[in-house]
Design a protein around this ligand. Structure first.
Ligand code: C2E
Ligand code: CA
Ligand code: CA
Ligand code: CA
Length: 273
C-alpha cells in the first residue's frame, strides 16, 4: 500500500513537472513570437517520382531557443495548440511560405494546418488575406491537414475546405493510414492528395505487407482522382518500389532534409541529389 502511495506521489510529481515544463515552453514560445529570429521556416523538397523533378516543397516550422537551442515541433506544436498560440504561429508560417512561394511560381508550397486553425470559422478569411497581402497564387498552395482535425467539427472543417478549393487551393490528407477511419474521410471531404505515412514507407521491402498496403492505397487514391505522396523516403530501394507502385511524389531524407529559404531557392533552380 505504501509503495502504491509512493508511486502515486511520484506520478503526481511527474505530472506537476510536466505541467510546469508545458507552462514554461508556452511562455518562451510567446516571447519567440514577439522576438526576431528565433522562429523560422524550413522547406523540404517534393520530388516527382517519374521525372525526379522538384515540384514543390513542404514548409516546416523551426524554433531556435536562445538557451535550449533547437526545439522540435513535436514538442512545441502541441503546446501551441492547447495555449491558443497556434493561430499566430500558423499565420507566421503561412506568411513566410507564401512570401517564398511567390518568388517561385509554378512550385507547389505545402503548409501544415493544425486542427485548431481549421476549427476556427475566421480561418479561411485570414488565409485569403495572407494570399492577397503576399500575392501568392492559390493554385500553388496546398494545405496539409491530419485526419483528427475532421473528427470533431465536421461542418466547419467541410465548409472551410470547400471554400479553399473554390479558390484553387489544394488539400492533402497528412499521415494517411494512421488514423482509425482514414477511408471514411476520403468519401466525406474534398481532398486532392493523400500523403502515405512514413511508417508504411519505413517497412517497404519486397514481400512485406506494406507493399500490398501502399499498392492498395495508391489504387484507391487514383480511382478517386487523388494524387499520392510518400513521405519519409530514406533509401533508393524505397524510392524504386514507390515509383513502381505509381506514387506521384516522393519526399524524404534521400532527396533532402528540410533546408532554409536560400537553399530551397537554389534547389528549385537546380536540384543536387
Ligand atoms: P509532418 O507534417 O508529418 O512532417 C514530416 C516530418 O518528417 C518532419 O519533421 C520532417 O522533417 C520529417 N522527415 C522528413 N523526411 C524524413 C525522412 O526521410 N525520415 C524521417 N525519419 N523523417 C523525415 P518535423 O519538421 O520535426 O515536424 C514534425 C511534425 O510537426 C510535422 O509532421 C507536423 O505534424 C508538425 N509541424 C511541423 N511544422 C508545422 C507547422 O508549421 N504547423 C503545424 N501545424 N504543424 C507543424
Ligand atoms: Ca505534413
Ligand atoms: Ca506527415
Ligand atoms: Ca505527423
Amino acid at each position: 500500500k505504501a509503495a502504491g502511495r509512493n508511486r502515486a506521489v511520484l506520478y503526481h510529481d511527474q505530472m506537476d513537472q510536466q505541467l510546469q515544463t508545458q507552462h514554461w515552453i508556452e511562455g518562451e514560445l510567446r516571447k519567440a513570437l514577439k522576438a526576431d529570429g528565433q522562429l523560422s521556416v524550413a522547406y523540404q523538397p517534393l520530388v516527382a517520382a517519374s521525372s525526379q523533378q522538384t515540384v514543390g516543397a513542404e514548409a516546416l516550422v523551426r524554433w531556435t531557443h536562445p538557451t535550449l537551442g533547437r526545439v522540435s515541433p513535436a514538442r512545441f506544436i502541441p503546446v501551441a495548440e492547447t495555449s491558443g498560440l497556434i493561430e499566430e504561429l500558423g499565420t507566421f508560417v503561412l506568411r513566410q511560405a507564401c512570401k517564398m512561394g511567390v518568388r517561385h511560381q509554378g512550385k507547389r508550397i505545402a503548409v501544415n494546418i493544425s486542427p485548431t486553425q481549421l476549427r476556427n470559422p475566421a480561418f479561411p478569411q485570414a488565409l485569403f488575406s495572407v494570399l492577397r497581402e503576399t500575392g501568392m497564387s492559390p493554385e500553388n498552395l496546398e494545405l496539409e491537414i491530419t485526419e483528427s482535425i475532421l473528427l470533431d467539427d465536421e461542418k466547419t472543417a467541410n465548409s472551410a475546405l470547400t471554400a479553399f478549393r473554390e479558390k484553387g487551393i489544394r488539400i492533402a490528407l497528412d499521415d494517411f493510414g494512421t488514423g482509425y477511419s482514414s477511408l471514411n474521410y476520403l468519401k466525406r471531404y474534398p481532398v486532392d492528395r493523400i500523403k502515405i505515412d512514413q511508417s508504411f514507407v519505413r517497412q517497404l521491402n519486397e514481400g512485406h505487407a506494406s507493399v500490398a498496403i501502399v499498392q492498395a492505397l495508391v489504387s484507391l487514391a487514383h480511382a478517386m482522382n487523388m494524387d499520392v505522396t510518400a513521405e519519409g523516403v530514406e533509401t533508393s530501394e524505397q524510392a524504386r518500389i514507390l515509383t513502381q507502385l505509381r506514387c506521384n511524389t516522393l519526399q524524404g531524407y534521400l532527396f533532402s532534409h528540410p533546408i532554409d529559404e536560400a537553399e530551397i531557392s537554389a534547389w528549385f533552380a537546380e536540384p543536387e541529389y
